[in-house]
Design a protein around this ligand. Structure first.
Ligand code: ATP
Ligand code: LTN
Length: 333
């Protein structure tokens, strides 16, 4: 690692990713990895906060590793690893738990949201989720964290915990900044444009998965909920059309003004097909590339193992510092 700043981000292997994850997270990772020392994790421990089928989770870990690579994460520049392979994450989370208060966690939007959706399994991990995320970030002396807008509150807690620890025990952690790209920070559901597009939505028509083929993508866009007039403009009264325009602009690089001008006088039908086409053109090659990586599990295992070795060295540097500061006796190796 050279002296560039550290960038850290992670994604949960909780299902096949959507174009929301791609635009809000993955796409930015590739762009940023030249200017930063990128560290990218598969947040498998986080995923356990919602009930998983073990065989499906295991498959999803490989799916996500392959997708990271297919989206252009270059392991000669960046570190790619699974969170559970570096036990320092769970260890630092324990220490941070001792300076975090239940009130800070119970008021988190995602906790409240997921508690409603998983009423039968409101577990301690679900509430503690942001503390583990803070540990992920702070272990690497991270300066930049690219995420979608939904993670802003969690990131704020990571900053608070870093500052609190530094005040209590002396300068230990860098205080991270978020990187939330405006145009694609929050892609909304195709079935209900007032809700975030989410890979765990029970309605398969609500999201475009990175595994969908062209026909499926166009069919889902054709069904996307819009309003009754026929104007293709961005407006708070037109959340459905605004969302489709955001997606179109994010995939083409056009501004809203340019896209609105382009679609002036056209109907919703043509517009929806055009959105579907630009999305399919972009994600089709990624899906094919991902499938190539997936067919070589041995290669994926070796990438993750090398990544964990590199991550572990950095992580234990910080963890040892933390253990010393709080008064633990370091093991003599
Ligand atoms: P789940 O449905 O399992 O809660 P999710 O689809 O919300 O998951 P995460 O794994 O929590 O996805 O998020 C991975 C990354 O993708 C995060 O940086 C998150 O902010 C971003 N992200 C998720 N959904 C969207 C979205 N609809 N628009 C933009 N970014 C998103
Ligand atoms: N909570 C994030 C995933 C995540 C993460 C992180 C993101 C876990 N650890 C550290 C950035 C930095 C999510 O669900 N989107």
């Amino acid at each position: 690692m050279d002296d560039k700043k550290i960038l850290f981000s992670a994604i949960q292997p909780s299902g096949i990713l959507t174009i929301g994850n791609y635009l809000g997270a993955l796409q930015n990772f590739k762009k940023l990895q030249d200017d930063y020392n990128g560290i990218f994790a598969i947040a498998d421990l986080h995923t356990l906060t919602v009930r998983q089928q073990p065989s499906v989770l295991r498959a999803n870990v490989y799916q996500l590793a392959a997708l990271y690579l297919a989206c252009g994460i270059d392991v000669s520049k960046s570190i790619l690893f699974a969170q559970s392979h570096v036990s320092a994450h769970a260890e630092l989370a324990w220490i941070l738990n001792t300076i975090c208060y239940p009130g800070e966690l119970s008021r988190m939007t995602q906790f409240k949201d997921k508690s409603k959706r998983h009423e039968d399994n409101i577990n301690m991990g679900l509430m503690d989720y942001p503390v583990l995320m803070a540990a992920d970030i702070l272990l690497y002396q991270t300066e930049l964290v690219p995420v979608g807008a939904d993670q802003k509150q969690h990131l704020e807690l990571s900053r608070d915990l870093a500052i609190r620890f530094n005040n209590l025990y002396g300068e230990t952690f860098k205080v991270p900044e978020g990187y939330i790209s405006k145009s694609s920070a929050r892609i909304m559901s195709l079935a209900d444009p007032t809700r975030k597009m989410s890979k765990s939505d029970a309605n398969l028509n609500a999201f475009i998965s990175m595994d969908d083929d062209k026909d499926t993508i166009i069919r889902k866009f054709k069904r996307a909920v819009t309003d009754s007039d026929n104007k293709i403009v961005v407006s708070p009264e037109k959340p459905g059309i605004s969302n489709l325009l955001s997606i179109y602009c994010a995939f083409t690089g056009l501004t809203f003004e340019q896209a609105q001008e382009y679609f002036e006088g056209k109907g919703y039908g043509d517009f929806k097909i055009a959105v579907g086409e630009v999305v399919a053109d972009k994600i089709d090659p990624i899906r094919l590339e991902k499938n190539k990586f997936l067919s070589d599990k041995q290669y994926l295992d070796s990438v993750l193992s090398e990544g964990a070795n590199k991550a572990e060295r950095l992580a234990y540097r910080t963890l040892n510092k933390v253990y010393k500061k709080v008064g633990l006796v370091l093991r003599n190796r």
